[in-house]
Design a protein around this ligand. Structure first.
Ligand code: UDP
Ligand code: GLC
Ligand code: MN
Length: 322
């Protein structure tokens, strides 16, 4: 029987970091499938070396760019023209079936059962649920489909300037043709869902098998403090620090050491703070998510001398009472 594979894409070192975490998360959850990463020529030698250690196949492809600035501007994502490069995945004809996963996804449970599904099974897009989100989809590699997709791009372009617009245009009956090709949202749970439908996230979020950090801010856009196990930046204000921390925990523990080995003495930006400096303000607002703080509190590990001090509790009570 021909082999089956998970496939991702990275055209640069930032997305390569995402791919490394995704690959590690698939391995940690004991996938029996092959792992493939498509890379563009701009991915550095060091990143390639790490990818080789995590993936079974690292395939260099030429970058396809829609160049469709008008449609990309509507999404406020001028950077996504290169997602046309994703279409190369159909050329992996030495595999019978594949699941494509964006490099900004994280697997939190084994998902090999996805291979029981058929081509273009995908989950709804949280922004327009009659479209499928192209961050996770099952497909059958075929040079014929690849050719037709390229032809479709030339003739019709993409309504969003990226691959998702092309794929939804090409496989246009997804919404209505076959309910078996609708993947449950837990296979592509976009972090956006947390603030658009918080009660549903509270009800079902714990069942998520794949988290998708969809949108402009990616996990690697933040800075992580390994000592305090906290993410710095807008994450403090965002509503999914727990998921971000999960990504960072894996990246800092398993990927950064591999990068350090490859870079040797050469400096590189891992995104982790090397020497954490504790300013007074940070001590008042430690880099811990409220979910993690709650968990620590429930385990009897309250920070009595810091954020959980009696004074702070009193202040919180005063706010509520007002
Ligand atoms: N991608 C890439 N380089 C880029 C932009 C995107 O390799 O400069 C790939 C990467 O696999 C990424 C996917 O294309 O996950 C889709 O882009 P992104 O995840 O940023 O889109 P979003 O899910 O936020 O709409
Ligand atoms: C989407 C998808 C992403 C795709 C992008 C551009 O939001 O999550 O995978 O590349 O749109 O079409
Ligand atoms: Mn994505």
């Amino acid at each position: 029987m021909a082999q089956q594979a998970f496939v991702t894409l990275a055209t640069n070192d930032s997305y390569a970091r995402g791919a490394m975490v995704l690959g590690k998360s698939l391995r940690n959850h004991k996938t029996s499938k092959k792992l493939v990463v498509l890379i563009g020529p701009h991915v550095s030698d060091q990143a390639r070396a790490v990818l080789h250690k995590i993936f079974d196949e690292v395939r260099l492809v030429n970058v396809l760019d829609s160049g469709d600035t008008a449609h990309l501007a509507m999404m406020k994502r001028p950077d996504l023209g290169v997602t046309f490069t994703k279409l190369h995945c159909w050329t992996l004809t030495h595999y019978s079936k594949c699941v494509f996963m964006d490099a900004d996804t994280l697997v939190v449970s084994n998902i090999d059962e996805l291979f029981d599904r058929e081509e273009r099974s995908a989950a709804p897009d949280p922004g327009w649920p009659d479209c499928f989100n192209s961050g996770v989809f099952m497909f059958r590699p075929s040079n014929e489909t690849y050719g037709k997709l390229l032809q479709y791009c030339t003739e019709h372009g993409s309504f969003d300037g990226g691959d998702q617009g092309v794929l939804n245009g090409f496989f246009s009956d997804w919404a209505t043709a076959d309910i078996n090709k609708h993947l449950p949202f837990i296979y592509n749970m976009s972090s956006i869902a947390i603030y658009t439908y918080l009660p549903a996230f509270k009800q079902y979020g714990a069942n998520a098998k794949v988290v998708h950090f969809l949108g402009q801010m990616k996990p690697w856009s933040y800075t992580y403090n390994p000592t305090q196990r906290g993410v710095r930046g807008d994450a403090q204000a965002s509503s999914q620090p727990g998921l971000l921390l999960q990504w960072w925990a894996l990246y800092s523990a398993e990927v950064v050491p591999m990068l350090i080995r490859e870079y040797g003495d050469q400096p590189f930006n891992s995104g982790c703070e090397v020497r954490p400096k504790h300013t007074e303000q940070e001590n008042n607002h430690p880099l811990v998510s409220s979910a993690e703080r709650k968990q620590r509190w429930e385990q009897g590990q309250a920070d009595y001398m810091g954020i959980d001090s009696f004074d702070n509790i009193q202040k919180k009570l005063d706010v509520f009472l007002k």
